[in-house]
Design a protein around this ligand. Sequence first.
Ligand SMILES: CC(C)(COP(=O)(O)OP(=O)(O)OC[C@H]1O[C@@H](n2cnc3c(N)ncnc32)[C@H](O)[C@@H]1OP(=O)(O)O)[C@@H](O)C(=O)NCCC(=O)NCCS
Length: 145
Amino acid sequence: MNIRPMQESDLSTLVTIEQSITPFPWTLGNFADSLVAGHSAWVGYQYGEIVGYAVMSIVAEEAELLNIGIDPECQRCGRGIELMVHLLQIAKENGVGRMFLEVRRSNISARAFYDQFYFNEVGLRRDYYVTHKNCEDAIVMARNL
Ligand SMILES: CC(C)(COP(=O)(O)OP(=O)(O)OC[C@H]1O[C@@H](n2cnc3c(N)ncnc32)[C@H](O)[C@@H]1OP(=O)(O)O)[C@@H](O)C(=O)NCCC(=O)NCCS
């Protein structure tokens, strides 16, 4: 997989992937806002096809992972690891000392994924994710770089 900066022309593909992998998908507007905000936004691709993406904000010495996703057909093949290694590298190059993220309590695969990168639980946002049917806590995780 190769990794390059996210572009506006990628966004409809990203939304299609996003809608297939999470009950709380970012909209095209969310991705577009990230580009406008100048977030560190990347896509992973192979054979010309986008297979994953990641968005991170960096403010002073802190980074926040805002989104990461891998096409369902490409999951569990190490693509997520490649994107996360890339983000950590970019964060380090920008002088980041600590990275944060939020994950749904029931998102067991993502939590196992973040465990691989030594993120620790540092907080809880109760009922952070809300749908018309239910609500769910967000676990706040962090690691030093
Ligand atoms: C979380 C996500 C980005 C991981 O990407 P991925 O490419 O599938 O994961 P990788 O193949 O790089 O996995 C790396 C490690 O993470 C853990 N992991 C990943 N998916 C897992 C799963 N479904 N079950 C258990 N552990 C899992 C494993 O430890 C895995 O290593 P292993 O395969 O050697 O056991 C991907 O599953 C995804 O897009 N999920 C839906 C979107 C999402 O939840 N994003 C995070 C929002 S907070």
